[in-house]
Design a protein around this ligand. Structure first.
Ligand SMILES: Cc1cc2nc3c(=O)[nH]c(=O)nc-3n(C[C@H](O)[C@H](O)[C@H](O)COP(=O)(O)OP(=O)(O)OC[C@H]3O[C@@H](n4cnc5c(N)ncnc54)[C@H](O)[C@@H]3O)c2cc1C
Length: 460
């Protein structure tokens, strides 16, 4: 049977756009459907606008530092509306580049929600039209999940945080994952009285324990109030703002805004997966094999909708592996091991490989090397801020299996440390690296003493 397209991609986000371009450039007839704006979560309501907000908010610390270095800094004022307009211009420019790149590659861009009717037929919502394709790629990403409790409807999520008409004077952020932590830093840096409420014992579940403790301390030093072991019971709208009633005996807290950052879900609802014979997991993510192929052999899925590792570069690498396998006759899988990740908190976190706890579980004996110090810039200025660095080394093989940093430029350092860790560097090889002075990163290559926790040292 002749199909309208060789490949139909659903979703023009990080993964979908890359896969569509590569397939089209290999000569395939490709169409991409996008229900919203081209660029997806990363460009429109994720990594990119978030990083702009981080940059904007960091200036308050920079002004403070400048004074310490002898500058007279006059009165400073942040213009939220001006920032938002500039941010929106830049997002529009980037979204335009994505569209142009798709066009240049020869892919058809269709602005509509796509719904699968069967394994080869796609309905374009609102267009009264169906198209057929030999192969289909699901790249619909994820979307914000809203818990259901009385008053949840008054809350914003990260989607709305990028478009607030005005900056609140105070905000309560519910959640302890990276999005919650990043927005807490953003708002606090912009002068908003910020409270973070998380039901777990500490922020950033899944990260190395020492990183979690250190970051929470540093955030509190920068004025973020952190309430742990508690969550919303209900929210009341009062004349003074939104009154959050919290569990576990916490006093109610009234703020101008409440932001929910308590999770995201794969965007598979209403997509017609059942009609197409595509299986999903209980949490709604699409079941795929190592080649991103679904239970329906002519349909693949990549990116957040598969819930493997929800990061832009991962979606892109899965897209590349898909295009190589399906359109270049070069079966390729993407290795999800040792993926570096950052939290653009203030201070930021960079991490690659195993946490100490995970390394102990999977490898048995591990050696820890760690340091905590005040960076040069901070000591000069007199601020109380510490950088934390930790290496996790497999005692048996001497391989560096985890690197974890909290401090200025941690994400930049981790990107490069990730090369060595991915290559399987041993601690002995790591130690042959000459320090680059004066930097904070040099501390990472001069860690010689194994760390012995106080309680073990005391026990002899
Ligand atoms: C606030 C925030 C901050 C983030 N920060 C980072 C970061 O710093 N670094 C990082 O690596 N990752 C970050 N991420 C995660 C990153 O954005 C995602 O991992 C990445 O965008 C996933 O790409 P994707 O292609 O799977 O899906 P997406 O980029 O989400 O794209 C999916 C697209 O599909 C469209 N779509 C959905 N259903 C349909 C349909 N039926 N028909 C047509 N179109 C449809 C959607 O509108 C969307 O445009 C962040 C996410 C958020 C929310």
């Amino acid at each position: 049977m002749a199909y309208d397209y060789d490949l139909f991609v659903i979703g023009a986000g990080s993964g979908g756009v890359r896969a569509a371009r590569l397939a089209a450039m290999s000569g395939a007839r490709v169409a991409v459907a996008e229900a919203d704006r081209v660029g997806g979560t990363c460009v429109i309501r994720g990594c990119v606008p978030k990083k702009f907000m981080v940059y904007a908010s960091e200036f308050s610390h920079a002004f403070e530092d400048a004074r310490g270095f002898g500058w007279d800094v006059g009165e400073t004022r942040f213009d939220w509306a001006r920032f938002l307009a500039r941010k929106d211009d830049e997002i529009a420019r980037l979204s335009g580049i994505y569209t142009t790149n798709l066009q240049k590659a020869g892919a058809d861009m269709i602005h509509a929600r796509a719904i699968l009717k069967d394994a080869h037929t796609i309905e374009l919502e609102g267009k009264d039209q169906t198209v057929t394709a030999d192969k289909i790629l699901i790249a619909t990403g994820g979307r914000v999940w809203r818990p259901d409790f009385p008053g949840a409807e008054f809350c914003i999520t990260s989607d709305e945080a990028f478009h607030l008409k005005q900056l609140p004077k105070s905000i309560l952020i519910a959640g302890g994952g990276y999005i919650a932590v990043e927005f807490a830093g953003i708002f606090a840096g912009l002068g908003v009285e910020t409270t973070l409420v998380y039901r777990g014992p500490n922020i950033l579940r899944g990260f190395d324990e020492d990183i979690r403790v250190h970051l929470a301390d540093e955030m509190e030093k920068r004025g973020v109030r952190i309430i742990l072991g508690s969550q919303h019971d209900k929210i009341e709208k009062t004349e003074h703002g939104l009154k959050s009633h919290l569990t576990h005996g916490q006093m109610p807290c009234t703020t101008d805004q409440v932001m929910l950052a308590v999770g995201r879900r794969a965007w598979t609802e209403g997509l017609g997966l059942e009609a197409a014979g595509v299986k999903t997991n209980e949490d709604g993510t699409v079941v795929v094999d190592d080649f991103s192929q679904t239970s329906q052999p002519n349909i693949w899925a990549i990116g957040d909708v598969t819930g493997r590792i929800n990061l832009t570069p991962v979606a892109i690498r899965e897209a590349v592996a898909f295009a190589e396998t399906v359109f270049k006759n070069n079966p390729t899988t993407y290795d999800h091991d040792t993926v570096p990740t950052a939290v653009f908190s203030q201070p930021p976190v960079g991490t690659v490989g195993l946490s100490e706890a995970d390394a102990r579980k999977s490898l048995g004996q591990v050696d820890i090397y760690q340091t905590k110090f005040r960076p040069m810039k901070v000591t000069f200025q007199g601020r109380d801020e510490r950088t934390f660095m930790k290496l996790v080394v497999c005692a048996k093989t001497d391989k560096v299996v985890g690197v974890h940093i909290v401090g200025p430029d941690a994400p930049e350092m981790i990107q490069l440390a990730a090369i060595a860790v991915k290559m399987g560097v041993t601690k002995a090889q790591w130690d042959t690296t000459t320090a680059l002075h004066p930097t904070a990163a040099e501390e990472l290559v001069t860690l010689r003493e194994k760390y012995v926790p106080h309680e073990l040292a005391a026990a002899g």
